[in-house]
Design a protein around this ligand. Sequence first.
Ligand code: SAM
Length: 280
Amino acid sequence: MRDRPYRQTEEGKGHNPKKSLGQNFLIDPNIARWMVDYAQIGEQDVILEIGPGKGMLTREILNSPCSFLHIIEIDRTLAPFIEPLLKRHEARTSLIWGDVLTVNLRDLSPSPTKVLANIPYNITTPLIWQILEHLAPVGTKELVLMLQLDLAERLCAKPGTRDRSPLGITIERMGQAQIVKKVPPSVFWPAPRVESVIVQILLDNNYDLASKRSWRRLLKVAFARRRKTLTNNLACVYDFFKDKDQALKLLEELGLSPTVRAEELNADDWQRLYERILSL
Ligand code: SAM
C-alpha cells in the first residue's frame, strides 16, 4: 500500500521555502518515482537521502524494498512533513537533524549502499567530495542525484573540454558519472532559475582517491590557473618540484607535452602523474 498521497504536501503548504538552504521542493511525484526506479533499489540496499525537504523523494524510497533509510536534514521546521512519514517505518529509518557537511558519514550504520538526493545546489561540490571521501571506503556503490545542469556537465566532462574539473576527474578515476535525465524547472516549487538533471555516479573502482590530500592538492594546483600550462601551474608550488626543469622532465618521461593544460589530461594520465610525483 502506498503512503499518503503527495498532494497533501504540495506547493508550500505550511512552509516558506528558504533560499539560503536551496529549498526547491519537488512537486511532481513522477520524478521522485523515476529516481527510485532508476536506482533499482533491492532488499539488500541501505539508502542515504540528504535533504528530504517535505518528503517527496523520501516517500518513494520508503515504498521501495530497501532494508534501511538514513535521512539527514538541516531544517527542523520541516519536521511536521518528515516525521509523520517515518512513523510506520521506525525500524528501518534513522533521521539526523543537522548540517550534512559536518556529519561523519563513515559512522552511519548500517553503511549506505546507495545515495539518493535532490541536493541543495549551494553545497553540491563539497557534498559530493564528502560523499566520495566518506562513503566510497565503506562500500557505497551508486549515487542518484538531482543536480544543477552546469555542475553535472563539469562532473561528466571528457578530457580536452572546458568543463573538466578536479571533482570530475576524481569521479572518473573512482567510477563513472553520466547525466541520465533532464528535468524542467516546473517540477519544483519554487522553480529554480537553473536547469536541473539527474546524474548517476557509479563507484565501481577500488581507488580511494577522494580522501588522499595529496591527490586533491595536485588537482587543485593544476587547475588553479586554467590558462597556464600544467608545468607552469605545478612548478610554482615548491613542494611538488624543485624547479620548472624538473617538472618538464617528468612530463616528458610520462609522454606528456610540455605545453599540455590540466584539462587535456585523461584520468590515466592523472593517475600516472600522481604516482610519479609521490615517488619523487
Ligand atoms: N528532497 C526534497 C525534494 O526533492 O523535494 C528537498 C530538496 S531541496 C532542493 C534541498 C533540501 O536540502 C532542503 O530540504 C534543505 O533544507 C536541505 N538542506 C540544505 N542544506 C543542507 C545541509 N547542509 N544539510 C542537510 N540538509 C540540507
